[in-house]
Design a protein around this ligand. Structure first.
Ligand code: SAM
Length: 241
């Protein structure tokens, strides 16, 4: 399947995201909330992390059509069918474990069922199960099997949504391309990318983590041209009402 650019993906998603009221789940720093706000008249973003709420509030302070709330996707306080669309770019991480790999598929099912309560159109954007970022994640948490998490997560999404009467209406591949001016800049950015998982305790640990990052990116051919490319899949499910 041909990979399209992120800009081309947003163009394809435009017809699903151009609505009166959209919900974004797991906004983190608000990067995708800002994109969603270009299409939807009103955006409500939820996240369970208070720190991310503060960061996103700062990043999105100039938008007047975004409302950010601290809320768990498992127990949303919105009435049924409150939203024309849900954008979720982190569903695979909604049951993330730390230190010991585990998955909570019951929790994921509860969240999916809750999502089907509030919208008939759901857009997922997630790394693919063989994205290089899954290997990089292990530098920060060696127990994490991110590829497996993503595969099982996608299987569950399909199963639950089909049970609930949704159809997969569109899917495709894209890629996130982060370019850097120097190797040092790339290494610092990679360390920062997962700083919520682990921050090196000292210089020695930092050096060791950088050498692991370099090895993974070198094998993927990405260190040489200073571009970290993460393969991403977008999928749209819809239920006729
Ligand atoms: C990997 S980050 C993804 C951030 C962003 N969507 C992106 O792709 O760059 C996952 C986000 O989901 C949030 N999150 C995890 N579980 C959640 C839940 N049950 N309800 C709402 N947000 C949740 C985390 O706090 C975090 O901000």
């Amino acid at each position: 399947m041909k990979k399209i650019t992120f800009a081309e993906m947003w163009k394809k998603l435009e017809k699903y995201l151009t609505v009166d009221k959209a919900l974004e789940q797991g906004f983190s720093n608000g990067k995708y909330t800002a994109v969603l706000a270009k299409y939807a008249k009103q955006v409500v973003g939820i996240d369970i992390d208070e720190n991310f709420l503060k960061i996103a509030e700062e990043n999105l302070k100039d938008y007047n059509n975004i409302e950010l709330l601290l809320m768990d996707s498992k127990k949303m306080t919105f009435p049924d069918k409150s939203f024309d669309v849900i954008l979720n770019t982190s569903f695979h991480e909604f049951d993330l474990s730390h230190g010991t790999f585990s998955m909570n598929l019951d929790l994921k099912r509860e969240i999916l069922e809750e999502m089907t309560r509030v919208s008939d159109t759901i857009v997922f954007v997630e790394p693919t199960e063989d994205a290089v970022t899954n290997e990089l994640f292990k530098v920060f948490d060696p127990s994490e099997q991110h590829g497996i998490r993503i595969r099982k997560s996608n299987e569950l999404i399909k199963k639950v949504l089909e049970e609930k009467g949704y159809k997969l209406v569109e899917t495709g591949l894209t890629f996130n391309d982060d370019g850097f001016d120097s190797r040092e800049e790339l290494e610092e950015a990679m360390l920062d990318w997962w700083a919520d998982i682990k921050i090196p305790a000292n210089d020695e640990e930092k050096k060791e983590m950088i050498s692991q990052i370099d090895k993974i990116l070198e094998e993927a051919g990405m260190l040489q041209d200073l571009h970290v490319i993460e393969d991403v899949r977008y999928t749209i499910f819809q239920r006729s009402n």
